[in-house]
Design a binder for this molecule. Structure first.
Ligand SMILES: [Mg+2]
Length: 177
């Protein structure tokens, strides 16, 4: 389990390109920059939610560029005190299993098993969380925003991709209580 010193890492939109997977399924010509709202305001919400509940979606998502190298380096630097913290999609029973299988494929069995899949991230202990959800709040951790079109209106410390690890190290130090 994670602890108050842990580094937490969200999965959808941070490690896995969930929006890309949705666009592929819907076979439409939207691009990530069209999603300016985390809750899909201005888009066909119903089809998107349906796609997010499809069998196999979470199992086959693309890895966001650099995520495996970046996370593995942080795991080394933080002595393994790094945990995936991801919410399951409501109405998609296969979601948690698929997410763990995906993590095992791209990382390893231990990392997959230790992943925290929970609908309420505020109860998860940690010092910092790497997130793309602009509304994330209420936990003991501090957020670092993983830059996406849908979170540019919030002014948390921000990483612009997995090449951008220094902000994580800096914010982790800053979050020391
Ligand atoms: Mg996310």
């Amino acid at each position: 389990m994670s602890n108050p010193e842990s580094l937490l890492v969200d999965m959808d939109g941070v490690l896995a390109d969930t929006m890309g997977g949705v666009f592929d399924l819907l076979d439409d010509d939207h691009a990530h920059e069209d999603v300016y709202d985390y809750w899909f305001d201005g888009l066909d919400k119903k089809s998107i939610i349906e796609a997010l509940r499809s069998d196999g979606l979470y199992r086959h998502l693309d890895v966001i560029t650099g995520a495996v190298r970046g996370v593995n380096r942080l795991r080394e630097e933080f002595n393994g005190n790094v945990y995936v913290c991801s919410a399951p999609m409501s109405g998609a029973e296969h979601c948690e299993t698929e997410k763990r299988e995906w993590l095992e494929e791209h990382f390893d069995a231990e990392f997959a098993m230790q992943a925290i899949i929970t609908a309420d991230k505020t109860t998860v202990p940690g010092r910092l969380i790497i997130e793309d959800n602009p509304d994330v709040a209420g936990g003991m951790w501090r957020p670092v925003m993983f830059d996406q079109a849908w979170n540019r209106h919030v002014d948390y410390p921000r990483m612009y991709g997995w090449h951008d690890l220094q902000v994580v190290r800096d914010e982790y130090q800053r979050a020391t209580r």
